[in-house]
Design a protein around this ligand. Sequence first.
Ligand SMILES: [Ca+2]
Length: 509
Amino acid sequence: MTRIPAITTFLLTIGAFGIAPVFGAATCESLMGLKLKNTTITASEPVAAGAFTPPGPAGGKGKQAAAFQNLPAFCRVAATLTPSSDSEIKIEVWLPETGWNGNLQSVGNGAWAGTISYPAMATALTAGYATASTDTGHTGGNPATFVPGHPEKVIDFSYRAVHEMTVAAKAIIAARYGNGPKYSYWNGCSTGGRQALTEAQRYAADYDGIIAGAAAIYTTHLQGAQVFSAAAVHKDEASYIPPAKYAVLHSAVLEACDELDGVKDGVLENPTKCRFDPQKLLCKDADGPSCLTAPQAEAARQIYAGPANSRGKSLFPGLERGSETGWATLSGPKPMALADETYKFLVFQDANWNYLTFNAERDMAAGDKTAGALMNSIDPNLNPLFSRGGKVLMYHGWADPGIAPQNSVNYYNSVIEKLGKAAVSNSMRLFMVPGMGHCAGGDGTSTFSMIDAMSAWVEQGKAPDRIEASRVRAGKTDRTRPLCPYPQVAVYNGSGSTDESVNFSCKVQ
Ligand SMILES: [Ca+2]
């Protein structure tokens, strides 16, 4: 009789040190019988190394297929979660067969979600994590098919699916290995960045480390600003900036501001210091390929400024100088579908709504009333997360042409205003990435590992004072540079190669 408690104590003890006990683990196949609240396990199958092919058009081709071919063996669990009568949340949880690092890394979505994020799961699994992803409760990226008449599905997309997935993933991990994850991480960019901060604000117990890239928070204003940037160039024919002129504008910006940071390298380390005025490019005579007409210069000014109310107060930041080569994202031939659709299907519930009628002050207020409380995710009180030791890492490309980078700065500053600088420094840091576009790419050093920085912070207490980043072109690293915790920037020490990180220090400049 006394032996049973002794074994239990033994299991609890080794469980507390994060070592997967052999006892209590289940086979992959047997997880089909796992009973969880509002959950139907639809598949639980061992997948041999390199044998996974994602369903649908994403499978089978190019670089992504190579990533899947290099996957280690894992247990693939698929489930459908139904927290409401109209919910149909698909999730997948992948569990390494060998070499599990003891932790969970959940990965986020892009845009309207609607798919399992297989490529990001592949990266997490390859690094030794158990990983989870959800389609957020609908299939495919078209809001017309799930928003009208489905308020519960909108809630699933806004915040519920990710939380329900997290709870289920931890239970599935515990069932498979005999103990749950020691540390749980969220890693996402764009919509995944919004999901990150939504978790941080609403469900403080879910994650120990939360990575929020280019967070699509303040969504109603963000997408209003995206519509505004389209209307700025399409309100009349003369205002349209032909995409061939983006490079002209970009060159003029670099000419004026590249060296403000001390290094002429084609990248603005801190674009907020650049006040380049597009009026400088005004055509002397007739319109030409290397100048802007007055209406085009005014449209460019509006893109940099962002929308304001009738008293001139900013309603959302504009894009930064240096982002010009990506302006087709918002101000190309058509408005960004994601933003246009938000106003059509979520805010006005009118498929015929015309973005050219957009009035920022009036329509963002309407957006705040309908969708704002569900998905804006701008609550600055992260104290419940911080007080249990949780960490937040934000990052955002300064040349992001889709989500104004200052949106991340504004949220970060709002948390400091709410909780104080010291508390925030212990628990949350923001890394702006000079020259990086939306979540990736661009002329800056946009290759880095936020998850490695985060795990060192959470597991070893090493707060990230700088994060090493590199620029990879044609498969070769041609520049390294530190990313610095905002408001610091990478400052050249004055000697040695400007393409080597060791010659830079993080400082407030
Ligand atoms: Ca520079």
